[in-house]
Design a protein around this ligand. Structure first.
Ligand SMILES: COc1ccc(Cn2ccc3ccc(-c4cc(N)[nH]n4)cc32)cc1
Length: 239
């Protein structure tokens, strides 16, 4: 998998050389390239923004640098196998399902906007050429797309076959398909007693059936308490 990042702050992506992602890069599972959008400007100030047409506060990112960067980084021929991700406050929700879909593609280009956003024609042009995902991380406001791109990267790359040492751990996580859309149950490890707090006895019983029931009950309890939106009537009935 090749990952490209286009940003006026390419240094954000130096962190991708660390930890698991670093290992994936070493193992050749993932190739990471960060690009400075200003390399495709031609004025002395390396200008990437301008005032919004129609007025309004803030600045908008000019389309020209993006187009020239696309030509050099991706190419000038349409190719639907290339997935271009625009993090955006007005994007579709980024979910585990989207992460799963992206984990099987060969190439992802992250376009990280700043200011008030990117000239919309850049997104329209990208849609005419590649497979585009305009995605929001959630209902909160960031200052740009870089942090969102890092989060999306981690969610996607950890699902790439061969990346995680123990793929079984993926299957048991919150939001993974096998969990019926329930939140993960509470986790414990040794010591059994810690600062007056004990591991639930059932988990030390060695009785796998009771342990499985306790974990399911806890997942249901937590999901009903914290994420009623995840429990539809059918799921509630089953639980
Ligand atoms: C409300 O309108 C706004 C318009 C732009 C911005 C700053 N900004 C510029 C590019 C960019 C890319 C992604 C995001 C983002 C994504 C999520 N989930 N929150 N924020 C923010 C971004 C803030 C707010």
């Amino acid at each position: 998998m090749r990952l490209d990042y286009l940003s006026i702050f390419p240094g954000y992506f130096d962190v991708l050389g660390i930890s698991l992602l670093g290992k994936a890069a070493v193992n050749g599972l993932v190739d990471v390239y960060a690009h400075d959008l200003r390399d495709w400007t031609h004025d002395r100030h390396r200008t990437v923004d301008d005032t919004p047409c129609g007025g309004g506060a803030g600045m908008v990112m000019k389309p020209d640098p993006w187009g020239e960067a696309f030509d050099e980084i991706i190419g000038t021929e349409p190719d639907p196998s290339v997935h271009v991700v625009f993090p955006s406050p007005s994007g579709e929700p980024f979910t585990q399902s989207v992460a799963h879909d992206l984990s099987s593609v060969e190439r992802i280009v992250f376009c990280c906007g700043r200011y008030e956003g990117i000239d919309h024609r850049v997104i329209d042009y990208a849609r005419s050429m590649w497979t585009v995902h305009e995605v929001s991380l959630g209902d909160y406001v960031l200052n740009g797309g870089e942090v969102a791109a890092l989060a999306i990267t981690e969610a996607v790359v950890r699902l790439v076959p061969g990346f995680m040492g123990n793929p079984q751990s993926l299957a048991e996580e919150s939001f993974s398909a096998g969990q019926d859309g329930l939140l993960e149950y509470p986790l414990f490890t040794r010591p059994v007693s810690w600062r007056g707090l004990d591991v639930p006895e059932v988990l030390m019983s060695g009785h796998h059936g009771r342990i499985a029931k306790w974990r399911r009950d806890e997942s249901i309890r937590l999901t009903r308490e914290r994420r009623p939106d995840l429990t539809d009537s059918d799921v509630s009935a089953r639980h």
